[in-house]
Design a binder for this molecule. Sequence first.
Ligand SMILES: [Mg+2]
Length: 363
Amino acid sequence: MKIVDVKTYSVSYPVKQPFSNAMRTTRERAFGIVEITTDNGITGWGEGASLPAKRAIDTQVIGKDPFHYELIWEGLHKQGTDTAGISAIDIALWDIMGKALKQPIYQLLGGAFRDRATAYATGLFRRDVPDHTAALVAEARSYADAGFKAMKMKVGFGPDYDIKNVAAVRRAIGDDILFAVDANCGYDRGSAIAVGQRMAASNLLWFEEPIAADDIEGYVEIRRALKMRISGAEQLRGRWAFRRMIQEGALDIIQPDVCVCGGITEYRKIFAMASANHVRVIPHMFGTAIRLAATMQLLAVLPDSPRALEPFPTLLEYDMSENALRTELAKEPIRHKDGVVAVPQGPGLGIEINREVLQRYAL
Ligand SMILES: [Mg+2]
């Protein structure tokens, strides 16, 4: 089997109601998508935070056997393609391999530890509303009413906003729901520790990206200072970026994104490093239906850590924000039921792409 064609699509969904994390206001959701076709007519789909250059595709992908995914990965990397662009190609190769063998990707990765994942609702952004607290409380209650047993709120907007609103949401959802916060790198070390100490009263599942993504020494300092799990690394690219973050004990939980870190091939290497160092992996997911499907295949194959009778849940990040490229791009969208998502059982990624939706949002 040989790769005969690679199409790239830059897609963008205009958000009707903009929302903010600590760093930016989101008005559009932009992603890179690749479609790879083989000489026996199989089509594979991939997504990346960026797209590879045409020259890299022509020299490193066209004409290659999709089962040579390691050779293609190294070829693209050696030529200077960033890991987000490699991710898009790599995920499409795994989709092709699964379709060629008529198996979901998790079978090619060694078999599934689970056929469903507990989802946590990612939402609770800051919006342009008169009363932030009332809006956050109402949104959090709506997730609990929908059956979610876990959710995550955006912080990093300053001590007053964070401490007041985290406490209000915790009161509204009660003590039984897992509740994490995410500062998206919005604090410096001192502020993160000061705010974290006061938010700790709200019994948080984790404090995500309190500071700059690459500040390894800062994460070590914060982790020592705070009595809560510290998570991060959604922006890190390639095994080399994860190496010191893991080995220095900077994080309790790493959150690699399959469309940023280098795809499924690189994910396995990062997972192996994390496992050897007793660091937990909970994937980051904030993209189209393709990223959601690829993340579900990975969630199927991540063993519990530690392998306890009542293990810490291997959670799916379930993005509740507005994005038609997540909710409409797959003909049969991946949905939660009572806060639980089943692993797609079709070949490859387990989804079929709606080309009409792809064209509607292609630039
Ligand atoms: Mg995050």
